[in-house]
Ligand binder design. Structure first.
Ligand code: AVI
Length: 340
């Protein structure tokens, strides 16, 4: 199969369903108390570009740690997958940079697979597919523009093959606790018994180090958050003055998560034309924009067990900041042995 990209459900401006959902979520989020906006809307074209910049920041250790893990474990992962065709499905692929280490290894080892990157940002998928064509013209791949749940539906309709699903970068940490469990149950439901899931978890560590990753000195993370307001202006005809909001984030020890906010710097009213709504902000009022959960290793193991998986490998970077946990679909009693 040649490299190609497909839109499962567009989040593009010209096609209305994406806009309608965005509009509904903005009304819902800005009329509740406390106000909040879903972080999935960070990732329009500009937001995806800013996120790319974040991954290269000196303070944002997550991406570098995970690249180190994949680099050091690529041969072992390839060995586990030898023998028969499989899909390498990546949820939230972005620019797929980290995954290229695995693609290269799998191709060098002659594995028979199709790479299926899935991302909410259409441009990210088109760029990635274009880039893959240049690097490896013979790599079978099919890029999908879709949200996670639509991507999982695609997967569940192709049960005839083995699958390795990648969910890297601690993307899991951006779900609520309940959302995370629903998501993992859905992943399990889309997989065959014995299929593999590789998930990236950012581990609990020195708190100032975690907080610095979300308070970078160049202010890129602040721009990334403020882009959410620019997006409302662009896509829904809002008149947010972004200089009247400031970015704030901190680690909450009880939740074990970094919580991010945009805080209104004054009493103000923002109008959003296409919603036919005005939103009132008090001086100092926050909009919650993102949760980035950090994990204890024991929580990861429990989570796997509770959602129908067995942990088969725990892979960490040298400093022990980040964990890539390899899970197999199925409970230990039902699985034939260590990684079939
Ligand atoms: C994509 N996700 C795992 C990132 C995180 O660390 O929560 C998004 C991010 N937000 C601020 N910086 C990076």
């Amino acid at each position: 199969m040649p490299a190609q990209s497909r839109v499962l459900r567009s989040v593009d401006k010209e096609i209305c369903p994406g806009d309608e959902t965005f509009a509904r979520d903005v009304i819902e989020g800005l009329t509740r108390a406390p106000k909040s906006l879903p972080c999935k809307y960070f990732y329009d074209e500009e937001g995806s570009r800013l996120f790319q910049q974040i991954t290269e920041l000196p303070e944002y250790y997550l991406t570098r740690c995970e690249s180190e893990i994949l680099q050091n474990n690529r041969r072992e992962l390839a060995a586990l997958l030898a023998g028969g065709r499989f899909n390498l499905v990546e949820l939230g692929a972005g620019d797929g940079r980290k995954t290229k280490v695995l693609l290269e290894e799998f191709l060098d080892d002659g594995l028979d697979f199709c790479y299926v990157p899935i991302d909410i940002c259409e441009k990210a998928i088109k760029d990635l597919i274009g880039n893959l064509k240049q690097c490896w013209a013979h790599l079978p791949s099919e890029g999908l523009t879709a949200e996670y749940f639509e991507g999982l539906r695609w997967l569940s309709e192709r049960k005839e093959q083995r699958n390795l699903v990648l969910f890297l970068g601690s993307n899991i940490g951006n779900f609520s606790q309940a959302g995370m469990r629903v998501f993992l149950h859905n992943v399990r439901g889309a997989l065959n018994e014995g299929d593999l899931l590789l998930i990236g978890f950012d581990l609990i560590k020195d708190i100032p180090l975690i907080e610095m990753a979300y308070n970078d000195s160049q202010g890129i993370t602040a721009q990334f958050n403020l882009n959410l307001l620019h997006r409302i202006n662009r896509d829904l005809g809002g008149n947010f003055r972004t200089d009247r909001f400031r970015f704030f984030s901190r680690f909450d020890r009880f939740l074990g998560a970094v919580e991010s906010y945009l805080i209104s710097g004054r009493k103000q009213v923002v109008e959003v034309e296409r919603l036919h709504r005005s939103f009132f902000f008090e001086d100092g009022e926050p909009i919650h924009t993102e949760r980035s959960q950090k994990y204890l290793e024991s929580e990861v193991v429990r989570l796997a067990q509770e959602t129908g998986f067995t942990v088969v490998r725990q892979m960490k970077d040298q400093r022990g900041y980040f964990l890539d946990s390899l899970w197999q679909a199925g409970t230990p009693e039902r699985l034939p042995g260590p990684v079939a």
